[in-house]
Design a protein around this ligand. Structure first.
Ligand code: SF4
Length: 324
């Protein structure tokens, strides 16, 4: 890599986010760590799983975050289901595809050319990926496509400004899905990572997991990263050496080194608590609790719930900015 050719923002990604100067020194973990994590999860979740059929509970980063933030929000979102594709819903998938294609196209390919190629590829894959945005993209009208094109172009340009050109030697992958089946396949943990770089060598952790974000940092982003780290470790047997949220609007990041304690205590404990709530609500064993908070802003129940007003009052009482 020609370090002198990098912009200061790209250099920061290489030196600080990827920790390139220390790439020969990465942590090693016990070979049975994934087994320890599975044992801890299955011991705690076993009695809950006994109430479920195979494949009945699907736990994603989003669902876990929802149920731990406000149970009523989680229940409402489950009832509403997927609201369908829109430019906003599709932009992440298209952007990640464009970033993936950037590795295989000439360096001179413009972000818009990458975006158009990504849309073309997703449309072509529509029959093989019925849950993807391909069919929506094929049927979208000119205005929707133009809106999507502009939004994704902005993301890809920012990515190019912030990140060095991805080297195939780093084994970059985007939208990489990891899945863990627990308790006789009754509970499934699933995570889709925006960008992962590197691969483990033996029990040496050499993978960097990056969640690409537009907008401002939220405390819950760290919880999401820990969930990714847990699922990644259980799938491959070796943790990522680091997980990070990268904020494209500010060229900044928040990163955390992955440790055994982080996985066995913090990440496992959060999954156990979230799954407990999800099972109780899914089986209608009790009513969901209401917890006003930032999620009121995008909750399906916000028109009929007192939560937004309560949250606004609490923000005012705490002297918080309306956008905090
Ligand atoms: S509006 Fe707020 S308090 Fe009400 S259900 Fe949604 S997130 Fe919970």
């Amino acid at each position: 890599m020609d370090l002198d050719a990098l912009t200061p923002a790209q250099r920061r990604v290489v030196d600080e986010l990827m920790d390139w100067p220390n790439r020969s020194v990465r942590p090693r973990f016990e070979p049975d760590l994934a087994l320890q994590l599975r044992d801890a999860l299955e011991e705690a979740l076993g009695p809950l799983a006994d109430q479920l059929n195979r494949g009945e509970l699907y736990v994603s980063k989003k669902k876990l975050g929802q149920v731990l933030a406000c149970e009523a929000h989680h229940v409402a979102a489950e009832e509403a289901g997927f609201g369908g594709w829109s430019p906003r819903a599709a932009r992440g998938t298209v952007a990640h595809k464009a970033i993936e294609l950037s590795m295989h196209m000439p360096a001179a390919a413009t972000p818009l050319a990458l975006v158009d190629a990504a849309v073309e590829r997703l449309v072509a894959d529509a029959d093989d990926d019925e849950w993807g945005p391909g069919r929506y993209l094929a049927a979208a009208d000119a205005v929707e496509r133009a809106e999507l094109r502009a939004e994704v172009n902005d993301i890809v340009v920012k990515f190019e400004e912030c990140f060095p050109r991805l080297d195939p030697e780093w084994r970059p992958r985007t939208e990489s899905v990891a899945r863990v089946d627990l308790c006789d396949d009754r509970i499934v943990l699933s995570g889709k990572v925006d960008l992962a770089l590197g691969r483990a060598t033996g029990t040496e952790a050499r993978v960097l997991v990056v969640d690409l974000k537009t907008g401002a940092p939220w405390p819950s982003h760290l919880d999401d990263l820990r969930f990714y780290a847990l699922v990644h470790t259980m799938r491959t047997g070796v943790p990522p050496f680091r997980v990070a949220s990268y904020y494209l609007d500010s060229c900044g990041f928040r990163a955390e080194h992955v440790t055994v304690e982080l996985l066995l205590t913090t990440a496992v404990g959060r999954v156990v608590e979230g799954v407990r709530r999800m099972v109780e609500l899914h089986l209608k064993q009790r009513e969901p609790t209401l917890t006003p908070g930032p999620a009121c802003g995008w909750c399906p129940r916000r028109e009929a719930c007192d939560g937004p007003a309560l949250w606004a009052a609490e923000r005012a009482a705490r002297g918080l900015d309306p956008f905090d």
